[in-house]
Write a protein that binds this ligand. Structure first.
Ligand code: SF4
Length: 403
């Protein structure tokens, strides 16, 4: 069956292990929620010392040319030295991005983080997080109210990049187009929306797991579910859903899988418009220009753009139309009403992530050029599977189950 997208229509983002826009730092594994799809074991005694975390930053600086540091966990807002950590990352010339569920964020805390140099936030909000009474049982659509609260909080503080991510489960896939539509309504203050396909080890995954040649009981692996669940949602499944509602929606960049060139592990879409109208979806040349110019000018690939750059939708269309067919189409759409040229327009990123895929022969396909690499025992490792080296000393190998 022909895929709804082709490699030749997309720009392969040039991120690699030693030269990557993003790196992932976990100062704590403590969290104040218990998300269904979480891959980190919640541990309230897991705060690292500031010295340990600085050492991990040294490891990144030694092995990995990076633009931003995603500070994750656990929830990094529970880390007692978070303000000093943000200041330290900023001092090293990197962009500190806080990945949080937002629960511990107050206006005063935000203001202190801004003074320390925070560049952006990625708020994880979805309907399977076990949030308190106020949000209990709320649907993905109802949770837009909470998303808006966080986006508005950042907009009021000003100058901070605002992203959201949600895990996509079999029963919530249907709501992705609603969230994409909500993001459009708030294109002026929401810069990025990320949708991550759910992955767990489940009874219906026909694999046996091995550590150092010994079989491991899959029930002991932290990220497992006892129930039969769908763990094979692809980024193209999410894209197909979105295209049903928005047929023009077109991705422009991707990261492939380590085991297959035609899987879209990170699938990027860039769109431009106002709160009332999307003028169009930018093409692969736009993505290539953004990456190459940034690398030429700063020596690093671009990750999160500053909010003042995201407001340059109109300038992007006016200046870059000769380079990209899709920009020309968006430009033409804008000019259907010449008065639109006086209106500020915005850029917004929509990203679909498809984590580990287990191949029929037992190979595991990870994200080639994984941006969410973290440090473990002075080595660079995948953050999504960190519980494996922590518990077994190495990543697990898989073989098809013989029964
Ligand atoms: S390999 Fe894992 S940690 Fe890396 S980007 Fe993919 S899902 Fe994230």
């Amino acid at each position: 069956m022909e895929s709804i997208i082709q490699n030749r229509d997309l720009y392969r983002i040039p991120w690699t292990l030693p030269d990557n826009a993003i790196s992932w730092l976990e100062p704590t594994a403590q969290c104040n929620l218990a998300c269904d799809g979480c891959y980190r074991e919640n541990d309230k005694d897991s705060h690292k010392s500031l010295e340990e975390v600085k050492h991990e930053l040294d490891i990144f600086e030694k092995y990995r040319n990076t633009d931003c540091i995603s500070i994750a966990g656990g929830d990094p807002l529970l880390y007692p030295h978070i303000i000093e950590l943000v200041a330290e990352i900023k001092k090293r010339g990197l962009k500190p991005i806080i990945n949080t569920n937002g629960k511990a964020l107050t206006k005063e805390f935000l203001s202190d983080l801004k003074k320390a140099g925070v560049f952006g936030f990625t708020f994880h909000v979805d309907s399977k997080q076990g949030r308190g009474a106020e949000w209990k049982g709320k649907s993905e659509i109802e949770l837009n109210e909470l998303r808006l609260q966080y986006a508005q909080m950042l907009a009021d503080e000003g100058g901070i990049s605002c992203s959201f991510n949600s895990t996509v489960y079999e029963d919530t896939l249907q709501y992705v187009p609603d969230l994409v539509e909500w993001a459009h309504k708030h294109i002026d203050i929401v810069h990025t929306m990320v949708f991550i396909a759910f992955r767990h080890i489940v009874p219906n995954l026909p694999m046996d797991f091995y550590a150092a040649g010994e079989k491991v009981d899959w029930h002991e692996i932290h990220y497992h579910s006892e129930a039969t669940r769908r763990v094979d949602i692809m980024s193209t499944d999410v894209l197909a859903r979105v295209k049903e509602r928005f047929p023009d929606f077109t991705p422009c960049g991707y990261l492939n899988g380590t085991e297959n060139a035609d899987s879209y592990k990170w699938l990027f879409t860039e769109r431009v418009g106002t709160k009332n109208k999307i003028y169009g979806y930018l093409g692969p040349k736009f993505m290539e220009l953004s990456m190459m110019f940034n690398h030429l000018l700063t020596g690093k690939y671009l990750s999160y753009a500053a909010p003042k750059l995201s407001r340059k939708g109109r300038a992007t269309l006016l200046l870059l139309w000769p380079f990209d067919k899709k920009i020309r189409e968006a430009f033409k759409e804008m000019m259907k009403n010449p008065f639109r040229i006086f209106k500020r327009s915005h850029l917004q990123t929509i990203l679909f992530i498809q984590p580990v895929d287990f191949m029929e022969d037992g190979r595991q396909s990870m994200c080639d050029g994984c941006p969410d690499i973290t440090v473990w025992n002075d080595k660079l490792v995948w953050s999504c599977r960190l519980e494996e080296p922590k518990r077994y000393g190495s990543f697990l190998h898989t073989f098809p189950r013989n029964n």
